[in-house]
Design a protein. Sequence first.
Length: 278
Amino acid sequence: MGRLDGKVAFITGAARGQGRSHAVVPAQHGADIIATDICAPVASVGYPLATAEDLAETVRQVESVGCRIVAAEADVRDGAAMKSVVDDAVAHLGRLDVVIANAGILSLGLVENLTDGMWDDMIDINLSGVFKTVRAALPHVKATGDGGAIVLVSSTSGIKGYGNLAHYVAAKHGVVGMMKALANELAPQMIRVNSVHPTFVDTDMIHNEYTYHVFNPTKKPSEIIRDEAAAVFTTVSALPIPWVESVDVSNAILWLVSDAARYITGVQLPVDAGAVIK
């Protein structure tokens, strides 16, 4: 038996990277999946975002383990779209038990160099998008009558105050405040709410010319290789590793949403190789 047999989990930003893993791992443990992703560029983001083909691959991987999936291209900034997708998917799958608010973007810059567009996109997607995700899902989670679990994907930047990331840090700290408020608000219905805080994760969000150049500005982006980037990223963590894998974060989420953590709520769980204690 799987840990999530008979459950349905809703994951945003599910087309690739962490989001795909957060969809596939629950499916491997018996959950049917609702998956969304914008599958389109965001103007202030300097690296390519996921595509419709990426989302189709997530669908393939979930179906390959024998679970159902309803996938849709949707922007977490659009509250009406999120509600429509979730309502339609629950009508098809029958219920909703788990919410994993994962969708997010990364851009970098000193405060005086951040444009209004960079700030607005970051807050709209990484903070307001989490709110709109949870708001769309809550009526269905409550309707089961037997509790549920919500995980908000924050970051080590939701615990620490890294430079060049004020807008990202603000959004990720905001996610923590939302998590704590929701944990209290939803506790009477036995709906648990927690946040996870990954360090660098081995995904396209960090492995791209834009991010490499910010962390090693002395070279042209095309001249920086993965091993050089790894050396820079390793300096952030206590453990001597440059990044964690998506599945490491997914496994932490799996525990949080399973009955193994049935009385865990209001917790900030780092998956960070010791970055927040360094």
